[in-house]
Design a protein around this ligand. Structure first.
Ligand SMILES: Nc1nc2c(ncn2[C@@H]2O[C@H](COP(=O)(O)OP(=O)(O)OP(=O)(O)O)[C@@H](O)[C@H]2O)c(=O)[nH]1
Length: 248
């Protein structure tokens, strides 16, 4: 990427979405599509393991040293939204060790429909749904579906097998997003991979030229955490407040 000034700060791109929608695979696809053109790094988040980082290293999409895992030890959205310290340090370490990096991709642990990144951690974010999760999911709304920088409807190659109309799902996404982009993607469809590549490059260009302003998609909706020590078996809460907030 042409650049005249010395630079250590990368374009930080978050990838969030429900469990199993293909976040790690999308990151692998982006790395494969751009590793010859850009300097890349990856941070993965898992609750108890470094499974996603190991999968990406095994896939050989980047030098293994450029893929690092954060073990959140708590609900994934805590580490990408409420207290991003661990992730921010991991991103900054990567940026220092491989300076200058063009893009650091940060994968959220799989979470529910309402988990989004804090703009304190990433400059832009992709929210990933897949057709196998149901054709109606894009209609369900929430901050990621409505206001992430890009909504991906993933695994379109599976649509005929799960009875989902991809075009209708994309239209639902567009209707929920007031003009923000929606991309139908399959890692087996090179044209769609090309569109994802172009989107990442255009966002990087907008970031480097100062034309992109990170936007907070908004807080999570109220949700329930199971807790055997709680008299009601758990706690329903929101993330609209931050100070003093903890998760088990
Ligand atoms: N058919 C098809 N399968 C895909 C595609 N992308 C991912 N998968 C499969 O979907 C499954 C889940 O993919 P992952 O990339 O691990 O999903 P994830 O969102 O990172 O999963 P968690 O980190 O557990 O939330 C794997 O079996 C992938 O091989 C795709 O484009 N088409």
């Amino acid at each position: 990427m042409p650049d005249s000034a010395p630079r250590t700060r990368s374009f930080r791109l978050g990838v969030a979405g429900p469990v199993g929608t293909g976040k790690s695979s999308l990151i692998a696809t982006v790395c494969q599509a751009l590793a010859d053109d850009l300097e890349l790094g990856v941070i993965t988040n898992d609750i108890f393991t470094d499974e996603d980082a190991r999968m990406l290293k095994a896939a050989g999409v980047l030098d293994a040293e450029r893929i690092r895992a954060v073990e959140t030890g708590a609900c994934p959205h805590t580490a990408i939204r409420d207290d991003v310290t661990e992730n921010l340090l991991a991103v900054e370490d990567l940026e220092r060790d491989f300076a200058p990096l063009d893009v650091v991709l940060v994968e959220s642990g799989g979470d529910n429909l309402t988990a989004t990144f804090s703009p304190a951690l990433v400059d832009a974010q992709i929210f990933v749904l897949d057709v196998a999760g149901g054709g109606d999911v894009a209609r369900k709304g929430g901050p990621g579906i409505g206001r992430a920088d890009l909504l991906v409807v993933n695994k379109t190659d599976l649509a005929p097998y799960v009875g989902v109309d991809v075009a209708a799902m994309v239209d639902d996404g567009l209707a929920a997003r007031e003009g923000r982009p929606v991309l139908a993607l399959s890692r087996h469809d090179q044209a769609s991979v090309g569109r994802l590549r172009e989107w990442v490059l255009s966002m990087l260009e907008a970031h480097v030229s100062g034309r992109h302003t990170p936007v907070d998609p908004g807080p999570m909706a109220p949700h329930f955490h199971a807790d055997p020590d709680h008299p009601d078996g758990g706690l329903t809460h929101t993330h609209a407040h931050v100070p003093g907030h903890t998760h088990r």
